[in-house]
Design a protein around this ligand. Structure first.
Ligand code: ZN
Length: 158
């Protein structure tokens, strides 16, 4: 299955215009992480409520370009109600797909639309950022994740 460029644009624009779970704070928040993409100044924080191994609720806040915002929206939509292992499989699959490492190896469901970002290599990091933040939150990493490891210090001291 492949997504046509028109459908891709339509879905990205829709999620950017009307992001799902934006500025939503689950109560109580059990997991959270923050991430930054210095290439594009995309910066988000993701909050999750995980209970009995299930992501019962989540939301994100921050600011970024259309693709990173849409990807964050799509990510929250795709993993809500999923088990943590399933969400991690989605993260791995999206990463593999966008990194050009071939097929995701798992059903991506709603996240499949992000395949369209492969046509814009400069924007791949925008699209993967929210998924890296999700992964960081689920694995309990407290530090800020960044798409450019070398720039983390520079951003922190700014
Ligand atoms: Zn961006």
């Amino acid at each position: 299955m492949s997504i046509s460029p028109d459908l891709y644009e339509e879905i990205i624009l829709d999620h950017n215009r009307n992001p799902r779970n934006f500025l939503h704070h689950p109560e109580p928040t059990t997991h959270e992480a923050h991430g930054f993409n210095p290439i594009c100044n995309d910066e988000f924080r993701v909050h999750l409520k995980v209970r009995d191994g299930v992501i019962e609720d989540l939301g994100f806040e921050g600011a970024g370009c259309a693709i990173s915002t849409a990807s964050a929206s799509i990510m929250t939509d795709a993993v809500k109600g999923k088990r943590v292992e399933e969400a991690e499989q989605l993260f791995e699959g999206v990463h593999r797909l966008l990194a050009g490492e071939g097929e995701p190896g798992t059903a991506l469901g709603k996240a499949r639309v992000l395949e369209g970002v492969r046509a814009y290599p400069m924007r791949v990091k925008c699209a993967t950022l929210p998924w890296h933040i999700l992964h960081a939150a689920l694995t309990g990493r407290r530090e800020t994740v960044t798409t450019e490891a070398d720039e983390e210090a520079a951003h922190g001291s700014a």
